[in-house]
Design a protein around this ligand. Structure first.
Ligand code: ADP
Ligand code: MG
Length: 367
């Protein structure tokens, strides 16, 4: 028998074995029993293994649409399918087992410990206690939770930690589809950004089909492979984040993406093809000061002796976006941004002209 590396065995034993399946809506409408129209003739495909974000103002039908995927809401007309199969022809238990569900307050069982919460679905599926526990501990690690939290109860965790538990619990049955309804809306912006990063990192491994609901366009742009913009029961536009930001289909979408759509778009554009250069000798007297290890110390203003102006921002072209480059340029006292490598050593500078050339190249490439 050949040895399996610990990394591989952990991936195959819990989340990540079952890749996503596509979810599709065809002519789907929902009118609630009291006559409220929530969704009108919706046609939409959420591609397998990708993140589709439903975004739009409150009350426009996002949650209703999401809940028609796991049949907690039944469509009035139309068909919802999973991997090409009509979900209403499927066994309900089988359907639900294939879908993890994460909601805003995480919806954890208050009287169960964290590890018991995460092990809920595997236990229901008949996994022996010890094995379910082992999988739960592994999932805690995957979502960035320290194992010393395993025996705590939900009220003993922070909001951000509870959301991580919610994600781990949703992944525990290894479902191909993950439904997430405003999962990060109640946590503060810093923790929220961490949770978003974590979800993207996780998704690179597990490639689930994720349908993610938010009312926040920034969150949609950060997370979505595809964004579906809703307006009272209808789709206003479906497209990549870049398409939605640069080519809104209507005044509604234009207004919804906000007045800084261009700036948001620049956060999607990589800075990696900008060529850093050596700062010219005569920079109106400004001089970039570097220490013996090659690290940036600051800008020395014209004729200012030993006084240095802080660099504020440096950029790593390999991983930063054009937005980060523009931010660094805007904050620079001399219209140049220092470029550093992954050991924080200065390798050169960039200016507005080089950033704008990169922007033009990417605009050209996307045509
Ligand atoms: P969103 O998630 O975008 O905020 P919802 O899907 O929750 O929107 O709601 C869409 C519309 O359907 C709203 O007008 C809402 O009041 C209505 N609605 C939601 N759930 C029900 C229900 N169970 N019964 C009647 N109307 C509902
Ligand atoms: Mg909702």
């Amino acid at each position: 028998m050949t040895a399996v590396s610990p990394h591989l065995s952990s991936i195959h034993s819990s989340a990540g074995t079952r890749r996503g399946q596509s979810v599709a809506f065809e002519g789907v409408s929902k009118i609630y029993d009291d006559g409220t129209p929530a969704v009108e003739s919706l046609d939409l495909e959420c591609p397998a293994g990708q993140i589709t974000v439903f975004v739009g103002p409150s009350g426009c039908g996002k949650t209703t649409t999401l809940r028609m995927i796991n049949r907690t809401v039944a469509p009035s007309t139309g068909t919802v399918s999973l991997g090409g199969r009509d979900i209403h022809a499927m066994d309900l238990t089988e359907l639900r087992r294939g879908m993890g569900y994460v909601i805003q307050d995480a919806g954890l069982f208050p009287h169960r410990t964290i590890v018991e919460n995460i092990a809920t679905v595997p236990r229901l599926l008949g996994t022996p206690r010890r094995e379910a526990r082992r999988q739960a501990l592994e999932l805690m690690e995957r979502v960035g939770l320290d194992q010393h939290l395993a025996k705590r109860y939900p009220y003993q965790l922070s909001g951000g930690q509870r959301q991580r538990v919610g994600v781990a619990r949703a992944l525990a049955g290894d479902p191909p589809v993950l439904l997430m309804d405003e999962p990060f809306s109640a946590v503060d912006p810093v923790v929220r950004a961490e949770l978003q990063e974590e979800l993207l990192r996780l998704q690179r491994d597990i490639e689930k089909t994720i349908v993610f609901v938010t009312h926040d366009i920034d969150e949609a742009v950060r997370l979505g492979d595809q964004i579906a913009v809703f307006t009272t029961g209808r789709l206003a536009q479906v497209g990549t984040p870049a398409k939605i930001l640069t080519d809104p289909a209507s005044d509604f979408v234009d207004e919804f993406v906000g007045s800084d759509a261009g700036v948001k778009w620049s956060s999607l554009l990589p800075a990696r093809d900008i060529e850093p250069f050596t700062p010219p000798e005569d920079l109106d007297g400004w001089q970039l000061v570097i220490d013996d290890e090659g690290r940036c110390q600051g800008w020395r203003p014209p004729g200012a002796g030993d006084h240095l102006v802080d660099c504020r921002r440096t950029v790593r072209l390999a991983s930063d976006s054009l937005r980060a480059v523009f931010d660094a340029l805007l904050l620079s006292p001399c219209h140049l941004a220092p470029v550093i490598d992954d050991q924080d050593r200065v390798v050169g500078v960039v200016d507005y002209a080089s950033a704008l050339r990169a922007l033009d190249r990417q605009r050209e490439a996307s045509r």
